[in-house]
Design a protein around this ligand. Structure first.
Ligand code: ADP
Ligand code: MG
Length: 302
């Protein structure tokens, strides 16, 4: 499977919702499409799911127009809308029928899919009795019905409470083995756990295409967090004089050191600690910012 989004633009009257957006990815990846509300995520996802038509540009799956490849794509809308008087099983029969799957196949496949999304026991319950997490899992079941190779999910966990969120994240983690996943979210941490690649979108434009590892290893103000023992507190005064050390903060026996060229100089710092017989309890290289802060900075400033 290879998806190619090529220079897609979509306007609503004067509002450019998606602006010359391009992205390519292949089987086995999980892509997090991340951006604040109004960034254009839902619009782009609807174009990929062939529910909206782009004004310019095109989306190709394995080199073919998306409209000819609908069977290969499963779509979970941001606000799945079920007939609440129907049972889970009835809904899947109905939706499956709508997408042209023969009833014989559905009767065989639905119990398997309900089992996969953890709704076997509830298959005869009306959807109006379902929790948010259960509804979202039913939505995923519906997106899986025709065994697509690509699944696009629009904010699958954003509206859920912590329990529902956990249920759905675990489920997505499982279906990652069977299909390529593109999911959108406005909360970075939703994607952090399950996606390897992050595409960040703002005002219709792609502003970042990166990986978790790369984001964390960027040359943001990097710091070292140390933990030492009380006997070595005086060593901290020594550190302050090193030319590569920019700032030192000491709280109890914990030290936060901001420095230049961390890759090289962190080893000098370790050597110095050893020379001075400093008992290092903890040594951690990190960013000053959490991922969420990095994300917020990108979205606000760029
Ligand atoms: P996101 O999903 O990232 O929150 P959307 O794709 O829903 O963003 O919306 C992107 C922009 O396009 C927003 O400014 C939104 O108001 C506008 N928009 C989306 N759908 C429509 C529509 N059907 N008619 C007019 N404007 C729309
Ligand atoms: Mg949206």
């Amino acid at each position: 499977m290879k998806l190619q989004i090529k220079n897609v633009t979509k306007k609503f009257k004067d509002k450019v919702a998606v602006n010359n957006f391009s992205l390519e990815f292949e089987t086995g990846q999980c892509i997090g499409l991340i951006g604040p509300n109004g960034a254009g995520k839902s619009t782009l996802i609807k174009i990929i799911a062939d529910i909206l038509i782009a004004d310019q540009g095109e989306v190709l799956l394995d080199g073919k127009k998306i409209s000819d490849m609908k069977r290969e794509i499963g779509y979970l809308p941001q606000y799945p809308d079920f007939f609440s008087w129907m049972t889970a099983k009835e809904i899947l029969l109905f939706m499956g029928g709508l997408s042209g799957i023969p009833k014989k196949v559905l009767v065989k496949d639905i119990p398997v899919i309900l089992d996969k999304v953890g709704l076997s026991k509830e298959h005869n319950k009306k959807v109006q009795t379902f929790s948010g997490g259960m509804k979202q899992r039913l939505g995923i079941a519906q997106a899986l019905l025709h065994k697509p190779s690509l699944i696009v999910m629009d904010e699958p966990v954003s509206a859920l409470d912590p329990i529902g969120r956990r249920e759905v994240l675990n489920l997505i983690q499982e279906i990652k083995h069977e299909a390529t996943i593109l999911l959108s979210t406005h909360i970075l941490s939703d994607a952090e756990e399950i996606c390897e690649r992050f595409v960040i979108m703002k005002e219709g434009v792609k502003i970042e295409d990166t990986t978790l590892a790369e984001l964390l290893n960027r040359d943001y103000e990097t710091v070292i967090h140390l933990e030492i023992t009380a006997k070595d507190i005086s060593w901290v005064q020594l550190i302050r004089k090193f030319h590569y050390v920019k700032e030192v903060e000491l709280i109890g026996t914990r030290v936060k050191i901001t420095m230049d060229n961390i890759q090289k100089n962190k080893n000098l710092l370790i050597l110095n600690a050893l020379e001075n017989n400093v008992d290092l309890i903890k040594f951690e290289v990190g960013s000053t910012d959490s991922l969420e802060e990095i994300f917020l900075k990108m979205v606000v400033n760029s």
